[in-house]
Design a protein around this ligand. Structure first.
Ligand code: TPP
Ligand code: SF4
Length: 293
């Protein structure tokens, strides 16, 4: 009998640093834009998780914030306005091994993209969705968004907005999202920690980040948030849906951290099971027809 030889192959684990995720493209956001804080926190989180750029995809829509994938050395998909979630869902279903992170603005996600938001949440697709919420449309030079406050004045609402705000955190929770958090780009270390948890979470993870637009939003500025944000205390039970909804209702001060986190089967897991159930090797015509009887 031939002798079995074992060959040991040493695999070297490369620890990537935050700077290793930076692409050659320099961000062209306005100096002081909150999106820089989001990008830097994401670099830190990716480094902590040692994400493999070849196995990671960033998907965005259109807006200042949606430029973000270009600044990171992962795969990227800069799509069309409001379509982050369907594109991200398609990528994850086609290749469940990938880490898929959607990014964009409040206009992109909660206005034109709103039709997709509750459905991605209820399907519990295993993706992370980071919304850079500056409570205004930045790229198109400052119109109201669904998170703009009542009475908010812009060039197109000179007498103040007469439309109420949506609450994306509550909407995500009641729609079935299994991880819901709020971050603030002025608290970058805490934001990086939230990103780490969100990316690791199996299921739909929303991180809504207050990310000030220093050029067009003269109300929700860094000064405004000073003293108006607080870290959610450890005594909060993130599995308690009603406690999470109450926290999401709070304003001034605004709670920052993980509001809600539960575990449910993900869409990609369910689709994999469905494939097993539906698979019949070399089915006969009779077997196929039987399914439709
Ligand atoms: C189908 C379509 N409608 C409208 C636009 C114009 N548009 C581009 S970005 C944008 C909103 C940007 O605001 P937001 O998504 O909040 O991102 P921000 O620029 O503030 O980061 C709009 C309305 C577009 N590009 N495509
Ligand atoms: S317009 Fe606002 S959102 Fe856009 S880059 Fe400038 S500060 Fe950022």
């Amino acid at each position: 009998m031939a002798e079995v030889q074992t060959i040991s192959v040493e695999t070297q684990v490369i620890q990537r640093q935050p700077k290793d995720y930076k692409s050659d493209l320099e961000p062209i956001w306005c100096p002081g834009c909150g999106d820089y804080g989001v990008l830097n926190a994401l670099f830190k989180a990716m480094s902590q998780l040692n994400l493999d750029p070849d196995q990671t995809v960033l998907v965005s829509g259109i807006g200042c914030s949606s430029r973000l994938p270009g600044f990171v050395v992962t795969y990227g998909f800069h799509g069309v306005h409001g379509r982050v979630l369907p594109v991200a869902t398609g990528i994850k279903l086609a290749n469940p091994e990938l880490t898929v992170i959607g990014v964009g603005g409040d206009g992109d996600g909660y206005s034109i993209g709103m039709g997709h938001f509750p459905h991605a949440a209820r399907r519990n697709i295993d993706i992370t969705y980071i919304v850079m919420n500056n409570q205004i449309y930045g790229l198109t030079k400052g119109q109201t968004s669904p998170t703009s406050t009542l009475g908010f004045q812009t060039k197109t609402t000179p007498f103040g907005s007469v439309e109420g705000q949506i609450n994306p955190l509550q909407l995500a929770i009641v729609s079935g999202a299994t991880f819901v958090a709020r971050g603030y780009s002025g608290m970058p270390n805490q934001l990086a920690k939230i990103f780490v948890e969100a990316i690791q979470h199996p299921g739909f993870a929303l991180v809504d980040v207050y990310s000030p637009c220093v050029t067009f939003n003269k109300v929700q500025t860094y000064d405004f948030f000073k003293g108006r944000v607080y870290e959610i205390p450890e005594t909060h039970d993130p599995t308690d849906k009603f406690a999470a909804l109450r926290l999401a209702e709070e304003e001034d001060p605004f709670p920052i951290g993980i509001l809600y986190r539960v575990q449910h089967p993900t869409l990609d897991e369910q689709v994999a099971l469905l494939k097993q159930k539906a698979y019949t090797p070399n089915p006969s015509v009779e077997q196929l027809l039987k399914r439709y009887q």
